[in-house]
Ligand binder design. Sequence first.
Ligand code: ADP
Length: 301
Amino acid sequence: MKIIILSRSKRIYSTARLLEAGLARGHDVKVVDTLRCYMNIVSHRPLIHYKGEVVEKPDAVIPRIGASVTFYGTAVLRQFEMIGTFPLNESVAISRSRDKLRSLQLLSRRGLGLPVTGFCRSPDDIDDLIKMVGGAPLVIKLLEGTQGIGVVLAETRKAAESVIEAFMGLKANIMVQEYIKEAGGADIRCFVIGSKVVAAMRRQAQPGEFRSNLHRGGTAEVIRITPEERSTAVRAAKVMGLNVAGVDLLRSNHGPVVMEVNSSPGLEGIEAVTGKDIAGMIIGFLETNAAEKKTRTKGTG
Ligand code: ADP
């Protein structure tokens, strides 16, 4: 198979592993810098150019599009979809997953467990919004944040009010969320491929910290997840229309709640912790699914 990996650099761990796994399984794999692709949009013969050359239609494309280049990256991916290439994850599904509010709205519509979440625009509504999510302590999140940056735990109502006001003063988009205290600073990353959780790890925050992101000094270990957690993760990926996803769950008193569904989940942590060849499994998924006419849009809106 001819496979293109859309990524900024070959040196990124996940990109390097996917390249290695694809070559090892006998495929023709190339890494293409997403931001160096350019396109013409015409009715009959859309083209993709890369560094001066026309890109020949690959059988499959693996998008590894960073949050900061979502807009251009999904346009490039869409162009590959238009020429009939099978995307590991579709452009629409990636766009959906990058909008945290849209994602939570879609997941809630399908009845998935979520932390109670609120959002508002006007400072006049802060008071009632805090009531709506059950009062302090609560978590305030910047919608544009990643890697735990812009996620704040407000222990008291007063603290919550001032943080929300401060963010609003900076014109930042935020959401306010019930604090799942019983999770004890841990979350579970479920790596979903197709309709299976192929690996899972528990990330634990450093003492005194509630954010378990590895970038914030969290540690990770293998975990056995429950059947309910397994089905929650698989359903969450399905609702988003993602073939491959990193679904982050918290263990709450009322069962697993979905915190986030990541459309470009990193391989480094999960492969190191579980010892599994996740990159090989992703290529395996393409081998079974990249047949033509399987590129129709999935997911719910
Ligand atoms: P990011 O996308 O920036 O990583 P997250 O929403 O995943 O932000 O939050 C970062 C970390 O903070 C999570 O991994 C989790 O450990 C913790 N966390 C986030 N939301 C909650 C919550 N509602 N209750 C308890 N802990 C939370």
